[in-house]
Ligand binder design. Structure first.
Ligand code: NAD
Length: 272
């Protein structure tokens, strides 16, 4: 049993790698020896992240791809096959939300369709294009959300997409088990990222009511999601497939009303 986190000689493909959770994950893989393929629509930021990873001494390639477009994902996979041969890891993180206009009945149809196209079909396209190339086995990690497990309204279409990812993960875990590919989900809570994590405003504005309900009393960092993702792709998780790991500072399990006022610290700084 190898208890180390070492990805030398592995090829990791990360979608949504130009920003936030995908970016932190891509850099983490590079820092632990993996060659990294970055997939995103944002070319400028994607190339910058790729440069950061190359400077770590591993191979890195940015491939501009709209993951909601099947032909583009197939093209991306053929480039990976040519440049790297066999990929070992796929992390699906590319996602969008328009939760401010998120009720199913009110939401303009084009936005509703776009969410499902990116958040659900995007993951499906990438798996269909890349899993057949993962001939040495490996790991797929799909990023869902606590909104795949519970409702925060408005945001119905986003929640449908994020719940769909949980079903997709379970079905793929069975489908790909005989190819020695484990498939798992990470479900983040409120994570401070450049893109989607900024949607609900800064720490001191709309987010305050959220933060008061988070037992760990703060939003998570993108790196704190990258860690669990790397765990699922490591030998430490070799017997885990089809599972979902919630990474939310305790938010989802907390039913305590007025939590911020009710629970006082037993030790330490009360303002922490
Ligand atoms: N930040 C949070 O609080 C949070 C919470 C729960 C789940 N998530 C999930 O984590 C994932 C990453 O979120 P984030 O906060 O890092 O977001 P982010 O906006 O910082 O990064 C998302 C990246 O995806 C890319 N992208 C968007 N559409 C794409 C497409 N069609 N093709 C290719 N790339 C595309 C964007 O360009 C961006 O670089 C998403 O799936 C999101 O639903 C985020």
């Amino acid at each position: 049993m190898d208890y180390s986190l070492n990805f030398r000689d592995k090829v990791a493909v990360v979608t949504g790698a130009a920003s936030g959770i995908g970016k932190a994950t891509a850099i983490a893989f590079g820092s632990l020896g993996a060659n990294v393929v970055l997939v995103d629509v944002n070319e400028k930021n994607g190339l910058e992240v790729s440069k950061t990873i190359t400077n770590l001494g591993v191979k890195s390639l940015f491939i501009k791809t709209d993951t909601s477009n099947e032909e583009e994902t197939e093209r991306m996979a053929s480039i990976i096959k040519k440049e790297f041969g066999t990929p070992h890891i796929l992390v699906n993180s590319a996602g969008i939300e328009f939760n401010d206009r998120g009720n199913l009945v009110d939401m303009p149809y084009d936005l509703l369709k776009k969410i499902l196209d990116v958040n659900l079909y995007g993951y499906i396209h990438c798996v269909r294009a890349l899993a057949p190339l993962m001939k040495e086995g490996g790991s797929i990690v799909n990023i869902s959300s606590i909104q795949g497990l519970a409702v925060h309204s408005p945001g119905t279409s986003y929640q449908v997409s994020k719940s769909g990812i949980l079903g997709l993960t379970r079905a793929l875990a069975i489908e790909l088990a005989c190819s020695n590919i484990n498939v798992n989900t990470v479900a983040p809570g409120a994570i401070a990222t450049e893109g989607m994590g900024a949607v609900r405003g800064g720490e001191s504005s709309i987010l305050d009511p959220y933060r008061r309900r988070i037992p760990l009393k703060r939003r998570g960092r993108a790196e704190e999601i990258a860690g669990p993702i790397l765990f699922f792709c490591s030998s430490l998780a070799s017997y885990i497939t089809g599972s979902v790991l919630v990474v939310d500072g305790g938010y989802l399990i907390n039913l305590t009303p007025d939590f911020g006022e009710v629970i006082k610290p037993v030790v330490g700084d009360p303002d922490l």
